[in-house]
Design a protein around this ligand. Structure first.
Ligand code: C2E
Ligand code: MG
Ligand code: MG
Length: 460
C-alpha cells in the first residue's frame, strides 16, 4: 500500500494459539473420557485392535482386565451423583498409579474400566489384579466416604481368544463370575464359563442352516371373534425341529437369531411362507406374523413386504404385522417411519404382548397400531384375580377410547373367556380356542366347511 507517498507492506499477524489449543482439546476429548481423563471406549478398542495385530505378528501375549465397581449404583443413589463421579475419578487415579509403562487403562462407560497389558504369563495379570484391588482397599482406609471396591475379570490372548470382541466378552464373563463369587476379587476366564457361550454359538451355527435344511416349519393359532364365535384369522408361530436336540422353543432361538442377524433371513422365510399359505385360502382370513425389531429397523423391510405381497398375491389388508413395544423403543423415529410405510401399503399392525414392556400411552398414540394384544400373563385367572381384572378392564377401556380393537392372548379356560366376553373384549386367542397346529387342521376355517369334509375324506 501507499502511505505518505511511499510504498509500504502491510503484515497481518493472527494468533492461532487459542484455536490450536481448542483443536487439541477436541482431539483429546474425542479419545478420552471427560470425567477421568482416561482413554475412552473408542480409543481403547483401537488400541486393543492394534496391540492384537502386533502380538499376532510377534508372537506376544496380552491380558485384558475388565473392572466394574461393586455396588456403584447404590453409591450414586445414596450419596448422589457428585459422590459417584468423585469415586470414578479416584478409582482412575488409584489404579493408574499402580500401572507400569505399557499398561493402559480406559473407562469403557459408566463404572466399567479396562486395562490392557502385555503379559508373558497369566501370573503377571493376576498380580496386577491384586495390586489394583489392594490400591483401592488402601484408598478406603481412613476415609469416611463410601467404600470403593471393584471386581476384576481377566481374559488372555491368545490362550482364551484371539479376536477383540471375544476377548472382551470373555473378560466380561470372568468379571461376572468374580462378582457372583463374592466381589472385591478377580477371576480368570475359564473354558467352562464359556460353555454357555459356546452352546449358544453352536445353536447359532445350526440356526444359520436351519431354513435351508428344512428344519423350520410354521404352526397356526386361530384368532376368534368373541361375539360371533368365528375364526377371523391366524397367528403364525415359528417352530424349529433340531435334528439332534428335537424341538427348540422360539423363546430360546429367536433371541439368538436376533442378536446374530439371522432373523433377517429366517424372518423373510416366515413372511413369504405365511403370505403364500394365506393367499391359497378360499376364505380371506387374516394372517398375523411376528416381526422383530431387527427386521423393522433394517432398511429393506418395507420393500420386502411389498414384494412378498406382490409375489404371493395376498391382499395387503389380510396381513397383520405383530410387533412388541420394546422393539420400537430403540429407534422410535425409524420404527415409526417403517410402520407408517407399512400402513400405507394397507398392512395391519398389532401391538404384541401389551402390558409387559413399557406400555406407554404415548407409544400407543405415536405408532399407527390397528390392534392391541394383551399379554397372556394378564389373562391367566383374570376371572378370579381382582387386580388383574382391573388391569384388563382398563386396557379394554383404553382400546375403546382409542378406537383400537383388543385381542386377549393365552385364554385357557371357559371362565377367562366368559369374563372377557362380559367385558366386551373383541377378540381372543389361546389354547381354549385352539392350540398352534399345522394349518391343515384348520381347513374348515380356511377352506369352508365343505372343503374340510373333502380334506378329511382325502386324508382318510
Ligand atoms: P407371542 O407372539 O406372544 O406368541 C404367543 C405365544 O403364546 C406362543 O408361544 C403361543 O404358543 C403361546 N400361547 C398361545 N396360546 C396360549 C395359551 O392359551 N396358554 C399359554 N400358556 N400359551 C399360549 P410360542 O409359539 O412359544 O412363541 C413365543 C414367542 O416367540 C412369540 O410370542 C413371539 O414373540 C416369538 N415368535 C414366534 N414365532 C416368531 C416368528 O416367526 N418371528 C419372530 N420374530 N418371533 C416369533
Ligand atoms: Mg405374537
Ligand atoms: Mg404375544
Amino acid at each position: 500500500m501507499t502511505y505518505g507517498n511511499q510504498p509500504h507492506y502491510a503484515v497481518a499477524v493472527r494468533d492461532l494459539r487459542a484455536r490450536r489449543r481448542a483443536e487439541g482439546q477436541i482431539q483429546f476429548l474425542a479419545h478420552h473420557d471427560a470425567l477421568t481423563g482416561l482413554a475412552n471406549r473408542t480409543s481403547f478398542n483401537q488400541r486393543l485392535e492394534q496391540d492384537l495385530k502386533l502380538a499376532a505378528a510377534t508372537g506376544g501375549k496380552l491380558a485384558l482386565l475388565c473392572l466394574d465397581l461393586d455396588r456403584f449404583k447404590e453409591v450414586n443413589d445414596l450419596f448422589g451423583h457428585a459422590a459417584g463421579d468423585a469415586m470414578l475419578v479416584s478409582v482412575a487415579r488409584a489404579v493408574t498409579d499402580v500401572l507400569d509403562a505399557g499398561q493402559v487403562m480406559a473407562r469403557l462407560g459408566g463404572d466399567e474400566f479396562a486395562i490392557l497389558m502385555p503379559c508373558e504369563h497369566a501370573v503377571a495379570a493376576g498380580r496386577l489384579a491384586e495390586r489394583v484391588l489392594e490400591a483401592l482397599r488402601c484408598g478406603n482406609a481412613g476415609g469416611n466416604g463410601p467404600i470403593i471396591a471393584t471386581s476384576v475379570g481377566i481374559a488372555l490372548y491368545p490362550d482364551d481368544a484371539s479376536e477383540r470382541a471375544t476377548l472382551l466378552s470373555y473378560a466380561d464373563t470372568a468379571l461376572y463370575r468374580a462378582k457372583a463369587e463374592g466381589r472385591g476379587t478377580y477371576r480368570f476366564f475359564e473354558a467352562k464359563m464359556g460353555a454357555q457361550v459356546r452352546e449358544r454359538r453352536l445353536l447359532e451355527h445350526d440356526l444359520r442352516h436351519a431354513v435351508a435344511r428344512g428344519e423350520m416349519h410354521l404352526v397356526y393359532q386361530p384368532q376368534t371373534d368373541v361375539r360371533a364365535g368365528t375364526v377371523t384369522g391366524f397367528e403364525v408361530l415359528l417352530r424349529w425341529q433340531h435334528p439332534e436336540r428335537g424341538a427348540i422353543s422360539p423363546a430360546v432361538f429367536i433371541p439368538i437369531a436376533e442378536e446374530s442377524g439371522i432373523i433377517l433371513q429366517v424372518g423373510e422365510w416366515v413372511l413369504r411362507e405365511a403370505c403364500r399359505e394365506a393367499a391359497s385360502w378360499p376364505v380371506p382370513l387374516t394372517v398375523a406374523v411376528n416381526v422383530s425389531a431387527v427386521q423393522i429397523h433394517g432398511p429393506h423391510f418395507v420393500p420386502l413386504v411389498h414384494e412378498l405381497l406382490f409375489e404371493t398375491g395376498l391382499a395387503p389388508g389380510r396381513l397383520e404385522i405383530e410387533i412388541t413395544e420394546t422393539a420400537l423403543i430403540r429407534d422410535p423415529a425409524r420404527a415409526q417411519s417403517a410402520l407408517r410405510q407399512l400402513k400405507a401399503l394397507g398392512v395391519q399392525i398389532a401391538m404384541d404382548d401389551f402390558g409387559t414392556g413399557y406400555s406407554s400411552l404415548s407409544n400407543l398414540r405415536a405408532f399407527p397400531f390397528d390392534k392391541i394384544k394383551i399379554d397372556g400373563s394378564f389373562i391367566r385367572a383374570v376371572d378370579a384375580n381382582e387386580q388383574t381384572a382391573a388391569i384388563v378392564r382398563s386396557v379394554l377401556g383404553l382400546g375403546r377410547g382409542l378406537g383400537l380393537p383388543v385381542l386377549a392372548e393365552g385364554v385357557e379356560t371357559e371362565a377367562e373367556l366368559r369374563f372377557l366376553e362380559a367385558e366386551k373384549c373383541e377378540a381372543v386367542q389361546g389354547f381354549l380356542m385352539g392350540r398352534p397346529a399345522a394349518i391343515g387342521q384348520f381347513a374348515r376355517h380356511t377352506h369352508g366347511p365343505d372343503a374340510a369334509e373333502e380334506h378329511t375324506i382325502l386324508a382318510a
